[in-house]
Write a protein that binds this ligand. Structure first.
Ligand SMILES: [Zn+2]
Ligand SMILES: [Zn+2]
Length: 217
């Protein structure tokens, strides 16, 4: 279900063929039956900078949006390829990215006050147990204002959340030699073969010389 444009579908899965901005669906289009969105997104469309994440090509995004009372539940999958730098050998490598999204959007309290009046504040107070329920779910909560949902900030955040703190090209990556900087994945360097002439040996003998007069006093 990926294409160059976003296809809008309603609940029953009947494609209406309407091309629209995948990242800013209209709140009015999100019904209890659900709204399915899918498309391929570029870093620019997501507002991702090089500092956040480097994506090769596009990210395939498929989302289901469903309105449940006043909350919009968003579930779906994001797939693509990130370009990361290995922390050991410092080489760039392609890292497949695939994660599921499960978040909830609630109308921003300030914006809600004049438009949609809260008709059941007393009812909520009388049943605090009901209020606890959404917190038991692990859905991350986002907010929306106006008549569109802003999906890009949420997708950016989810993408960054799944990024490894210490990316490795492979688990077995040997990294660079601490002495000569050679990439040890390409073979051993000569440092190990000549231990006596290495800089550590020089340091050791320098230390001994320094300690010499101090020991006598
Ligand atoms: Zn590496
Ligand atoms: Zn070396």
């Amino acid at each position: 279900m990926t294409g160059t444009s976003a296809i809008l579908e309603w609940g029953g899965g009947v494609p209406l063929g309407i091309t629209m901005d995948l990242l800013t669906p209209k709140i009015a289009d999100i019904t209890a039956e659900g709204l399915s969105l899918s498309g391929d997104l570029t870093c620019e469309e997501l507002g991702l900078t090089e500092a956040d994440e480097s994506i090769r090509g596009t990210l395939a995004v498929g989302l289901d949006l469903r309105s449940v009372e006043r909350t919009i539940c968003v579930t779906g999958v994001v797939e693509g390829t990130a370009v990361r730098q290995c922390v050991r050998c410092l080489k760039d490598f392609d890292d497949p990215v695939a994660f599921s999204v499960r978040v909830a959007y609630e109308r921003e309290a300030k914006a809600a006050a004049p438009a949609a009046k809260r008709d059941d504040p007393r009812k909520k107070k009388a049943t605090p147990a009901v209020e606890m329920e959404p917190e038991e779910q692990n859905d991350e909560l986002y907010h929306y204002a106006g008549d569109h949902l802003e999906l890009a900030p949420m997708l950016r955040e989810q993408l960054i959340l799944v990024s490894p703190m210490h990316p490795l090209c492979t688990e077995e990556c040997l990294g660079l030699c601490a002495r000569c900087g050679k990439d040890l994945n390409e073979g051993p360097c000569s440092c190990a073969a000549e231990p006596t002439s290495g800089p550590f040996q020089v340091l050791r003998s320098a230390k001994t010389k320094l300690r010499g007069p101090a020991d006598r006093s």
